[in-house]
Design a binder for this molecule. Structure first.
Ligand code: AMP
Ligand code: MG
Length: 406
């Protein structure tokens, strides 16, 4: 049997290096910058008002108070968006709104609350210091300064900054396109009445969600029956428009193992037993594309828990790495909340729920080890990673934990 690290290495070797592409800023959520991004303009681009109020010369209102207001004629009205350049004549005020350009000659803004709000002659009831309520050009970022470093994950605030800088496209590591294909003649779609012996297809939706959560672009192909020709035809249809194909089912030791039957003649695909539970039968390799290239394929076992655990252990880390993304799954150490047993010679990934105990993090194992218990998978927020040579652990023993926190 192959060890988990050896199969992780075999799978990881199938992934390409991150590829730089330019994408519209609005679609860059979750992608990683491959270059520093410098500001092409300053922000703010011009001195502007931080308040709704009146642009003044501070010295002219220095003596203003509620008892002795200063009256100034309002020479202009400057809403946000006014694009002509104004000058504040001495002895006058301009009514100005938040974000509107400050007129030349003005050095402060009196908030409307400290005035009578007039549009003809404004009565100002308080002094303002020079520079008050003005957002200076370049005070956020100056043209030429670094806006974002290379290697940063683009989230909503980064998209906001790029958009504010007028950067319509950004250079990022390309999002990989992953096709998810389930196999099994017992599978039917939700909404169809189940006949005896049939089950609703679940791996496809689950793995599609896992791919999306990992930051890649998933295409859910639903499923094919256990028919080699159907299966191969489906691969052919999609292979030219994908960077990776993930299948589930049809790789164990029985008969009607469609994935194994279809691909075992391909010397570039290997089917192996990995010393782990769940998820022992695994396959990976490259398949030819109709246009003459080849793409990686990773064939996961069909049991739902095996399929998702295998995705977490083998696919998610290199998939993210191939998009320049950090692994993002925190590896923690926790104390067991209950005794566990584990088969000798197999690395076990048990489902668990994390909690904070009296002296640190505790993980409570949940559900039996068998790999059809989706219910416990859905209730878990972590996998307990038990080394292959460990057969027994007691309450309070320290274990490695993979937090599943998205
Ligand atoms: P297989 O690996 O094809 O032998 O399937 C192992 C177990 O997983 C069987 O009980 C299948 O019915 C089940 N299974 C396989 N594929 C799926 C799927 N896409 N959705 C739900 N269960 C599945
Ligand atoms: Mg099957």
């Amino acid at each position: 049997m192959r060890s988990v690290p050896d199969h992780q290495a075999a799978v990881a070797a199938l992934f390409p290096a991150p590829e730089a592409v330019r994408v519209p800023t609005a679609t860059a959520l979750g992608l990683v910058t491959v270059d520093d991004v410098d500001a092409p303009i300053s922000l703010p681009g011009f001195d502007n008002s931080a308040m709704d109020g009146y642009a003044v010369r501070a010295a002219e209102v220095a003596g203003a108070s509620a008892e002795r207001p200063v009256a100034l004629p309002v020479a202009h009205d400057i809403p946000a968006g006014r694009t002509d350049r104004l000058t504040l004549a001495p002895g006058t005020a301009h009514r100005i709104m938040t974000g509107a350009p400050l007129p030349d000659g003005a050095d402060a803004v009196v908030p409307v609350e400290l005035t009578d709000g007039s549009v003809t002659t404004v009565s100002i009831t308080a002094a303002v210091e020079p520079g008050k309520h003005i957002r200076r050009a370049g005070s956020d970022i100056t043209r030429g300064e670094q806006a974002l470093p290379a290697g940063i994950t683009i989230g909503p605030p980064q998209i906001g900054l790029l958009a504010a800088l007028g950067i319509a496209e950004v250079l990022v590591a390309r999002r990989l396109r992953v096709v998810v294909l389930s196999t099994g003649s017992e599978l039917v779609t939700a909404g169809t009445e189940l006949e005896y012996g049939q089950i609703y297809e679940s791996n496809g939706a689950m793995l599609t969600a896992a791919v999306t959560a990992a930051g890649a672009m998933a295409r859910h192909l639903h499923f094919v029956p256990d028919d080699v020709d159907d299966f191969l035809a489906r691969l052919d249809e999609v292979a030219d428009d994908a960077d990776l194909i993930i299948t589930s089912g049809g790789v164990s030791a029985g008969a009607y193992e469609v994935v194994k039957d279809a691909l075992s003649r391909n010397p570039s695909v290997e089917f192996v037993k990995v010393a782990m539970q769940p998820g022992m039968p695994q396959g990976c390799g490259r398949i030819p594309t109709p246009s003459g290239g080849s793409i990686p394929i990773i064939t996961l076992p069909g049991n739902p828990v095996s399929a998702l655990v295998s995705f977490e252990v083998f696919i998610r880390p290199p998939l993210r790495a191939a998009m320049g993304m950090p692994p993002h799954r925190p590896r923690l150490t926790a104390r067991l909340g209950a005794d566990v047993r584990s088969p000798n010679g197999k690395r076990q990934f048990l489902r668990g729920v994390l909690r904070t105990g009296e002296d640190g993090l505790v993980i409570d194992p949940i559900g039996p080890p068998a790999s059809h218990h989706l219910r416990y998978l859905a209730a878990a927020d972590a996998l307990i990673d038990i080394p292959a040579d460990v057969v027994e652990l007691a309450v309070g023993d320290g274990v490695d934990v993979l937090a599943l926190d998205d």
